[in-house]
Design a protein around this ligand. Structure first.
Ligand code: NDP
Ligand code: 8X3
Length: 255
């Protein structure tokens, strides 16, 4: 299948978890895929998990590095620059500490990746959407962008910023027929907690024990639904929780 017949989806954080599942589901839906992340070997492997004839490009960059973001996106072949769907997904929590004990490096990482990284990527992709008067943007927020929990301080701040930026994008891009969507998951069993707890597998595993967490595929399922609605329909703001979770602080665990 040639690229010309396909719509292009650009996905950040496609090496793991939610972004990876989105790449697979959207490729199955017939999209051409641009997958991004820092771990190149995983982006190479991802191609093998997509339907065989999926047009595929990958870009290796750190979303914190403005110049690297711009250089990578500029390097796309011309016919790959007509991006229909942007999924701003790259992000993570770094640490879980009371504010008085928090590390500045963790704070920098969360604000630089979850907030500024999302902006740098968007800065390169939105102008083309405006020019074409077409496009769909999905920002992966979080329940942490709707509520705050103890020790969540800066991570919640970064996701509240994503929530506000998503609403701002929807207002500003309203004249251009661009869909702007927020998908806000609760607890999803990915590498998220492994990153938050800096590789401590016991702590990470414990987060998802005693209840059935969401899987990355549950989020990708909603993303697939969102991007296949008719032109007049936008899933503006979706919160998706595991059934055992009622809020960021109320989780029913067995045992
Ligand atoms: P994972 O840790 O499994 O995936 C995170 C992805 O983000 C990886 O592909 C990683 O790629 C990428 N990423 C992280 N830092 C950078 C960076 N500096 N530059 C480029 N890419 C980066 O976690 P999830 O799939 O769970 O997380 C995806 C999104 O979902 C995040 O925005 C997270 O905040 C959000 N979320 C997660 C929830 C959960 O419970 N898991 C709940 C609510 C929201 P690489 O390391 O290769 O660069
Ligand atoms: C990820 C979910 O509750 O760990 O955004 O913040 S939580």
């Amino acid at each position: 299948t040639s690229l010309m017949e396909k719509k292009i989806a650009f996905i950040t954080g496609a090496t793991s978890g939610i972004g990876k599942a989105c790449a697979i589901y959207l490729a199955e839906e017939g999209f051409a895929i641009i997958a991004c992340g820092r771990r190149e070997e995983r982006l190479i492997e991802l191609k093998t998990l997509l339907p065989e004839n999926t047009p595929y490009q990958y870009l290796v960059f750190d979303v914190k590095e403005k110049k690297a973001v711009y250089t990578a996106i500029d390097s796309l072949p011309e016919d790959w620059k007509k991006i229909e769907v942007l999924i701003n997904n790259a992000g993570n929590a770094h640490g879980l500490d009371f504010i008085q004990n928090g590390s500045e490096d963790d704070w920098d990482s969360m604000m630089d990746i979850n907030v500024k990284g999302l902006l740098y990527v968007s800065k390169k992709i939105i102008p083309g959407m405006v020019e074409r008067k077409q496009g769909q943007i999905i920002n992966i927020g979080s329940t942490a962008g709707k509520e705050v929990y103890p020790k969540g301080n800066v991570y919640c701040g970064s996701k509240h910023a994503v929530d506000a930026i998503t609403k701002g994008m929807r207002l500003d891009l309203n004249p251009y027929g661009i869909k702007v969507m927020a998908i806000n998951p609760g607890l999803v069993d990915t590498e998220f907690s492994l990153v938050r707890f800096k590789g401590d597998e016991d702590k990470a595993t414990n987060v998802y024990q005693g209840f059935t967490p969401l899987k990355a595929e549950d989020i990708a399922d909603v993303v697939r639904f969102a991007v296949t609605r008719p032109p007049h329909v936008v899933l503006a703001d979706v919160t998706i929780l595991p059934t055992a979770q009622a809020s960021t602080t109320l989780l029913h665990k067995e045992g």
